[in-house]
Design a protein around this ligand. Structure first.
Ligand code: PEP
Ligand code: MG
Length: 297
């Protein structure tokens, strides 16, 4: 554990990727020391929740993203746009909703607050320079949300180009699949994006109608329920069919007990908490995917 290592490869030779999830640039070195392949999920809202940046300051965001990219040494980094609301609602100035988990959360919040969305996109594009930029949309429940954000991304990129005269950053856009409606229409969403990422924490919450904070209540919070495994398998099938990468970035990705099962369901890209990366890679190295697939079936 802790050694620098290469990509994980299953016993039968399939290359897999294990990224880490971060909350600020401070976590990037942890991923490096546990042999991660990059950052699969930057939960940028924690910059606000943990008061690492002032309220939506574009300059402070830009500096935070620039440092994170620098520490990541050219490896992949997926920036998820602010997932504000729900269990991450504790940001002043916004009204508390009666039922925040079912309210103005993630991409809904961003589309309702275009200044915040444009500010974050500006900071991300400026920090990336002409490098490739990967942006992930939280809590997508309908393809119209992806279309709307895509058009804002285009506007911001064109605006920056006309201001600076610089080349456009290459931008790849991904959608979280963590709301059942978006899973149901996954192929329509896959058409519009470059990659998808399964958020098992919220997907379990909204699928079984059990609060994610009730994780201790295993009666209802069931990552291995056959109905839920079927969902993961079907997402993997659709993504493969459409030639788009699928990352699994919820807590399920951080538990090595689930790794063989997830491989058997078709997952090849994991994003776990940084400290689990070496262990997850170690398990992948031991698994024969054909056998895992039979077990998963
Ligand atoms: C998830 O919902 O599984 C996820 C990765 O996002 P978050 O835990 O930040 O809501
Ligand atoms: Mg989530």
């Amino acid at each position: 554990i802790g050694r620098i290592r290469s990509l994980a490869q299953s016993a039968d030779g399939t290359i897999c990727t294990v990224y880490g999830n971060i909350r600020s640039h401070l976590d990037v070195s942890l991923i490096n020391s546990f042999g991660g392949d990059g950052v699969g999920l930057f939960r940028t809202e924690f910059l606000l929740l943990e008061k690492k940046i002032g309220k939506f300051s574009i300059d402070l965001q830009q500096e935070e993203y620039r440092v994170a990219l620098e520490k990541n040494k050219g490896k992949e980094m997926v920036f998820r746009l602010f997932d504000i609301g729900g269990d991450k609602a504790d940001i002043s100035d916004f009204k508390n909703e009666v039922n925040p988990a079912l309210g103005l959360r993630g991409v809904r919040f961003l589309l309702a607050n275009p200044d915040i969305l444009v500010g974050q996109l500006t900071a991300l594009m400026k920090a990336s320079g002409c490098r490739e930029l990967k942006i992930l949309l939280p809590m997508v429940s309908d393809s119209s949300e992806v279309l709307q954000v895509n058009s804002v991304i285009k506007e911001v990129a064109l605006g920056l180009r006309s201001q600076t005269g610089e080349m456009l950053t290459r931008i790849l856009v991904g959608s979280m699949l963590e709301v059942p409606s978006s899973v149901w229409i996954r192929e329509a969403i896959l058409e519009l994006v470059d990659f998808v990422s399964i958020g098992t924490n919220d997907l379990i919450q909204y699928f079984f109608a059990i609060g994610r904070e009730s994780e201790q209540d295993y009666t209802f919070f069931q990552p291995t329920h056959p109905a839920f495994l079927n969902i993961i398998h079907n997402i993997a099938i659709s993504a493969k069919k459409m030639g788009k990468p699928v990352i699994l970035c919820g807590e399920m990705a951080s538990n090595p007990l689930y790794t063989p099962l997830l491989l058997g369901l078709g997952i090849r890209i994991f994003s776990s908490s940084p400290r689990e990366i070496a262990q997850i890679k170690h398990v992948i190295d031991k698994v024969d995917i054909k056998e895992a697939t039979q077990h998963a079936q």
